[in-house]
Design a protein around this ligand. Structure first.
Ligand code: F6R
Length: 606
């Protein structure tokens, strides 16, 4: 988390820094700051809260200077406040940082003994003081190298100097960083998205790289301090995709465009005649795969659980699912005959990346399913399957979830076909059913627009909510609960409906909203029985089904009937009302939809 921007130019830079910080707010939004060089001195301005607060501050008291750095923060060390906001500056240097310095306490003690005073509670301020100290005895290159060598942990850094006032230095270890090439100015940024309005020419730094930017040149050095050349990538022109357009917020846009997301993704993976799936060049022959391990965090992990059901139904391959933050520290027996699949919207999630790194170091086969194809996870894995969802800006993942599930489903069908575990006619039927999905997502979206705001009102006074489902509806219940809690701050639990009697049933009391996901699949009758158990204990049931006939509904508060589709595809349609429900509860509570409290879009710290 945290977003970094740096610009070396011969024009004033503050306004472009602010515009880029607004784009980076998805990475953190609890405080913001900027430092420029004005009349040979470091000029630092920062504030708690959003970038717009900083912008207002600069409006009254402009930051001049043609070279500068900026930052948006997601607090790790120290509360969100002005004093903890970045940049952290001494008289000599000013630093913005994304990541965590693990040995900051020891370094702070050493520096305090030398007489350095600390103003903030951040780990970043040790970098400022360390570099200031090394600059007393060493030249610029040595001072930077010595500083970087002293730091443990992960970081992306942007640094400006009083004495070397025409350069911005960037350094990457573990946290993403890119540079951009502009006309008579150059840029440093946490990702290409922040730089895209200024340039489409980008280079990504690799771990250990350092870059030095002036307004007309960028030099790169590797971890051995050797000057290196790096590839320049030309980004595609999709600037408009990340605009809100007619929507109130990005999340409603992203929910409402999920039929298009699905259509684009399906088009990418089905061949011209739509009779076959275009996935070739597997890193491991599907016939030889002994086990598939699916790994992700949060919503991406929920897509992995859904995929476990599909793979188990469609192939004979044993499937494991794992949460990346657990996987990376367990003593797992990695096996060269297994395929390890990493699912991540951003492609930058620190835990998922570390789990992938562990697999890479053990030379096992890796595949990533990502939205951001230039991301660290995509670049490090043996095989990449993009979800083609376009930029997802709302912090709560919506269309990327649909895209992740789609690619996983398509992958399961393809692997099954290559291994000849699915009949040709079934394979063709699955492809045909897939083609119907975008229109049915649209139909579900239209159907739920008017009724979910009404249902949402019931959640306003509730102490919490439960989401229950069986089979493929279980991960969707987890996802529904996650969406509700992160957006509306209401406690919510997702459970396999059959587990209720083993404890959670004790939570059911008069008026508790319980969302029951009961499509007409092989679990239908059992889920309906579980629903009756909830009703009998006073739960206020919201039933989501594609078969409302024959259900005694007098005690059901609301029933939503979504379109019928192949059972395997029901999770896609079930997801839509749950997203809209969470969205509407959060709207009624006046929560910040695109930027829920305490969260950030790209989780680049552990
Ligand atoms: C929830 C949400 C998070 C992310 C998780 C992983 O709405 O967005 O749970 O799914 O932080 O992020 P990625 O997919 O970028 O690895």
């Amino acid at each position: 988390m945290c977003g970094i921007i740096g610009i070396a130019s011969n024009k004033l830079v503050a306004s472009n820094i602010i515009q880029s910080l607004k784009k980076l707010e998805y990475r953190g939004y609890d405080s913001a700051g900027i430092a420029t060089i004005v009349n040979g001195e470091i000029n630092e301005k920062k504030c708690a809260g959003r970038v717009e607060n900083l912008e207002k501050m600069l409006f009254k008291n402009p930051s001049n200077g043609s070279l500068g750095i900026g930052h948006v923060r997601w607090a790790t060390h120290g509360i969100p406040s002005k004093v903890n906001a970045h940049p952290h500056s001494s008289d000599e240097v000013s630093v913005v940082h994304n990541g965590i310095i693990e040995n900051s306490n020891e370094l702070k003690k050493d520096l305090e003994k030398k007489g350095y005073k600390f103003k903030s509670q951040t780990d970043t301020e040790v970098i400022t003081n360390l570099l200031t100290d090394f600059l007393k005895d060493f030249d610029l290159v040595d001072a930077i190298n010595k500083t970087l060598k002293t730091l443990n942990g992960s970081f992306a850094l942007g640094i400006i100097f009083k004495k070397f006032n025409n350069i911005v230095v960037g350094a990457r270890r573990g946290s993403p960083l890119a540079v951009g090439y502009g006309p008579e100015e150059n840029y440093l940024g946490s990702d290409s998205y922040a730089l895209k309005s200024m340039t489409n020419k980008i280079t990504y730094l690799d771990d250990g790289d350092v870059c030095v930017l002036t307004n007309n040149k960028i030099d790169f050095y590797n971890s051995k301090n050797k000057k290196i050349n790096k590839e320049i990538l030309i980004l595609s022109d999709d600037k408009n995709i990340a605009e809100k357009g007619e929507y109130k917020d990005f999340m409603s846009k992203e929910i409402n465009e999920q039929n298009v997301t699905a259509k684009t993704c399906i088009k990418e993976y089905l061949d011209q005649l739509r009779k076959n799936i275009n996935i070739y060049n597997f890193p491991i022959n599907p016939k030889d795969i002994q086990k598939i391990v699916l790994i992700g965090c949060g919503t991406a992990y929920h897509s992995c659980i859904t995929a476990k059901y599909w793979f188990e139904e469609l192939t004979n391959i044993p499937i494991e699912i794992d949460i990346a933050s657990e996987f990376r520290y367990r003593k797992i027996k990695l096996n060269k005959k297994n395929l390890y699949v990493f699912v991540s919207q951003s492609g930058e999630t620190a835990d998922t990346f570390a789990a992938l790194d562990l697999c890479k170091k053990n030379k096992v086969k890796t595949c990533s399913i990502v939205n951001v194809v230039e991301s660290s996870i995509a670049r490090s894995s043996d095989f990449v399957l993009p979800i083609h969802a376009g930029p997802e800006i709302g912090v709560a993942s919506t269309k990327a979830f649909i895209g992740q599930m789609l690619v996983l489903y398509i992958l399961a069908i393809k692997i099954s076909e290559v291994r000849k575990e699915i009949s040709q006619s079934d394979y063709e039927k699955k492809i045909n059913d897939l083609k119907k999905l975008p229109d049915l997502i649209k139909k579900t979206l239209n159907y739920c627009q008017d009724n979910t705001p009404i249902i949402a009102k019931d959640f306003l006074k509730a102490k919490g909510a439960m989401f229950l489902g069986r089979g493929l509806s279980f991960p969707i219940a987890l996802e529904g609960a996650l969406k509700l809690k992160e957006l509306s701050y209401l406690h919510a639990e997702g459970y396999p409906a059959g587990e209720m009697k083993h404890g959670p049933l004790a939570l059911i009391e008069e008026g508790l909203p319980v969302v029951i996901l009961a499509p007409k699949d092989r679990y239908f009758e059992k889920t309906i029985s579980n629903m009756q158990e909830v009703i009998a204990r006073g739960g206020k049931v919201i039933l989501i089904t594609n078969e409302s006939n024959n259900i005694i509904s007098e005690n059901i508060r609301f029933t939503l009937e979504i379109p019928k589709i192949d059972d395997y595809l029901t999770p896609f349609l079930m997801t839509v009302p749950l997203q809209l429900l969470a969205y509407n509860v959060a709207s009624l509570k006046n929560c910040d939809i695109d930027k829920p409290r305490n969260l950030a879009k790209s989780v680049t710290v552990e």
